[in-house]
Each structure stands twice: as structure tokens, then as C-alpha cells.
Design a protein around this ligand. Structure first.
Ligand code: SAH
Length: 264
């Protein structure tokens, strides 16, 4: 892992490396009992979860320098990329958002085991929290990896981003080639503008990875995000096809998350 980190230009001290390894081994251990991730070999957890998550950090540094960052990781699963990003950059103020309860239980275990400060795990859906005061348009960064197609994901991310902040979408180059063009009208509708496709590959370790930088240039219309499941079923094509989709949703209930697996 160390060589790959050097290639990424990221310096982690031995404590940060030890805590990353703790996260990986707890994940592997829990995953034997609870299905948290499809990735089950130690090597793959290190490259596909830890290293891939760390590629976010240089992008954050490039955008914000040493400034404080409030970040939300939407559909974080077992905490990726949010927790490794927090380990590499301890001053992050981090919200982990996850719809599936058993994954939230792991997130709480990891937050406690790693003594992460300024980190919360919320068991809810992005479509709900995206309308909540204190969360809507409140984050400097909203990030998502492996949650859904680009068109759907931007509707989950951009409502949470403050004006002048960023949605960061982690994709493979292949996914980008098929998804970006169709997502552009929706991004515009949501108040975003794609400014850059940053390479997030690490030669010899991770190929074909990109991070799409979407700047929030206008407020997101109140209609978005639409009701739970709608962004997935009917990704935006630039205008609201069915106005009833936009009905505002009520306050987030604690533990109100529903499993979304069936809809994915
Ligand atoms: N980001 C993680 C997990 C990817 S799996 C990683 O890269 O490893 C996608 C996760 O997103 C699942 O755990 C699913 O429960 C969650 N998810 C999907 N749609 C969601 C939504 N609308 N709100 C919150 N979580 C969601």
C-alpha cells in the first residue's frame, strides 16, 4: 500500500496506515457474518476500497487547500470513500449517509473503533435528507461512489451542496463514457456545471478511474431531489417529466431508511 500512496502523492504516517488496516480487517471480519461488500479478499479491500477512496484526497486538497471541509458521502455502504478520506485528512467534518441499517451498524462500529471526531452516520435516504434544513445546500462537498448511474447520483448529491461547493462523482472511465453525456442536462437543471474530469488512476494499482468535478453554480430548484426511488427510476433528462414526482417530502424520521437494494 505504501508504494501506491507515494504514487498518489499522499503521505500517511504509521498511525494512519494502522487505522486503515484496522478498518479493512474489521470489514472482512464483519463481512463473514453480514453482507456489507462484494469485495472479499484482503488485497481487493486494500486496492478497491482503501486506495480507491484515498484518490479523493488530492482532489479535495486541490480544491480547498488546507481549508476546513464539510463533506457528505452519499450511499457510503461500509464507509467508502468517506472513512479513508477522514483518516487521511482528519480535519474533515464528515456525514456518512446510508439507507441500509446493517451497513449503518458497521459505520457506527468503525466511528467508535477509530475514535473519529466530527463524523456522523445517518440511516436515511438522500432523497429525504436533501430537503432537510441543516443538510440541504449545506456541504462544501458531496461525494458518491458506486451508488447509481451518473444521472441519478447527481440528483442525490447536488441538493446537498452549498452554492460554490462541489459534487464529486467517482467512476470508471468506462462508466463515464456511457453515462456522462446523458447526465449533462440533469446536472444543468440541478444547478451544477462539470468543470473537470480528474484522473484517479494509480499506475500499477488502479486503472481507469476518474473523479468528475461538478461545481454548484446555481441553487437547486426546490423540486429536487424527487421522492425516494424516483431519481433511480426516472433519471433527469433536463426537465421534470412528471410534476407529481416533485411532491415535497416530510421530515426525516430516525431510522426511516428503507432498503433500496430491490430498486437498484
Ligand atoms: N459507496 C460505497 C457503497 C456502494 S454500494 C462503496 O463505494 O463501496 C451503494 C450503497 O448506496 C448501498 O449501500 C445502498 O444502500 C446505498 N444507497 C443507494 N441509494 C441510496 C439513497 N438514495 N440514499 C442513501 N443510500 C443509498
Amino acid at each position: 500500500m505504501n508504494k501506491a500512496l507515494v504514487a498518489l502523492g499522499l503521505e500517511l504516517d504509521s498511525d494512519q496506515v494502522d487505522r486503515s488496516i484496522w478498518l479493512a480487517s474489521e470489514l472482512l471480519d464483519w463481512n463473514r457474518r453480514v453482507n456489507l461488500t462484494g469485495i472479499s479478499s484482503p488485497e481487493d479491500v486494500i486496492s478497491k476500497h482503501l486506495l480507491d477512496s484515498f484518490t479523493l484526497v488530492p482532489v479535495l486538497e486541490r480544491i480547498f487547500g488546507a481549508g476546513r471541509i464539510r463533506m457528505v458521502d452519499v450511499g457510503t455502504g461500509a464507509g467508502f470513500p468517506g472513512i479513508p478520506a477522514k483518516l487521511a485528512r482528519p480535519d474533515l467534518k464528515l456525514t456518512l449517509l446510508e439507507a441500509t441499517g446493517k451497513k449503518v451498524a458497521f459505520l457506527e462500529h468503525a466511528i467508535e473503533g477509530l475514535s473519529l471526531d466530527n463524523t456522523e452516520a445517518l440511516h436515511t435516504r438522500a432523497e429525504l435528507i436533501g430537503h432537510e434544513p441543516g443538510y440541504r445546500e449545506a456541504f462544501d462537498v458531496a461525494v458518491g461512489r458506486a451508488v447509481s448511474g451518473m444521472g441519478t447520483l447527481v440528483e442525490l448529491l447536488l441538493p446537498l451542496v452549498r452554492l460554490g461547493g462541489w459534487a464529486l462523482v467517482m467512476k470508471t472511465q468506462r462508466e463515464l463514457d456511457t453515462e456522462l453525456q446523458g447526465a449533462l442536462p440533469g446536472i444543468e437543471e440541478l444547478g451544477g456545471r462539470v468543470t473537470e474530469i480528474a484522473s484517479a488512476s494509480i499506475a500499477g494499482y488502479l486503472e481507469d478511474r476518474v473523479i468528475v468535478l461538478v461545481e454548484k453554480v446555481r441553487p437547486t430548484p426546490e423540486a429536487y431531489p424527487r421522492r425516494p426511488g424516483v431519481p433511480q427510476r426516472r433519471p433527469l433528462s433536463g426537465r421534470l417529466s412528471d410534476p407529481s414526482d416533485a411532491r415535497p417530502v416530510g421530515p426525516v424520521k430516525n431510522g426511516g431508511g428503507v432498503s433500496v437494494r430491490a430498486e437498484l
